[in-house]
Write a protein that binds this ligand. Structure first.
Ligand SMILES: [Fe+2]
Length: 206
């Protein structure tokens, strides 16, 4: 049985950047539903995986009768765990150490990286996610996926997510309305780079 991550902050803690009602609905309704439906689909197929990463990496081998349900809800479950986990009311606003060095090397600068991931996220047609992904060699790239797909579902799962931006309208519409770019600016005001650095370290050392 997979469980939602516990939030380390209250629903109103990310105000004014991400509003209270959005946080409460997003976590208590949307994420809770993905989690329930993921567990229900696994149970229906008699699957008891120990790792959601394994399930998503091997999505093409999941029995066809539950593959779409697991793709959508397993992705929804895992994507939101990453997202909620790296938001914070007291974020580290600038990366340091090996991740910062690799961002500079790959994208030119932190600002250039932000522009690239904002462009990918804003340009994702319809619902989806923008990602910073890393491989075991420590290389980085920006990708976008549709619906609740996760980067692990492609390329044998060698590119692992370390930063996740939810660009479904449910993540921002109450406050930012149709202005996805404005939400993306606010996202970076509550993104805790300390957590992204930890995710990067786990991919490289994992
Ligand atoms: Fe979401």
């Amino acid at each position: 049985m997979f469980k939602q991550i516990t939030l380390a902050y209250s629903f109103d803690a990310l105000e004014p950047h991400i509003d209270t009602l959005t946080m409460e609905t997003h976590y208590s309704k949307h994420h809770a539903t993905y989690t329930k439906n993921f567990n229900d689909a696994l149970a229906k197929a008699g699957l008891e995986p120990t790792s959601v990463e394994f399930v998503l990496t091997n999505i093409d081998n999941v029995p066809e009768s539950v593959r779409t349900a697991i793709r959508n809800n397993g992705g929804g479950y895992y994507n939101h765990n990453i997202y909620f986990d790296h938001l914070s009311p007291n974020p580290k606003l600038v990366p340091t150490g090996p991740l910062a060095a690799k961002i500079d090397e790959t994208f030119g600068s932190l600002d250039a990286f932000k522009e690239q991931i904002k462009k990918a996220s804003a340009g994702q047609f319809g619902s989806g996610w923008g990602w910073l992904v890393a491989n075991k060699a420590g290389e980085l790239k920006v990708v976008a996926t549709s619906n609740q797909d996760n980067p692990l579902m492609k390329d044998g799962g060698v590119w692992k997510p370390i930063l996740a931006i939810d660009v479904w309208e449910h993540a921002y519409y109450l406050k930012h309305r149709n202005m996805r770019a404005s939400y993306l600016d606010d996202f970076f005001k509550v993104l805790d780079w300390a957590k992204v650095e930890e995710n990067y370290k786990n991919v490289v050392n994992g």
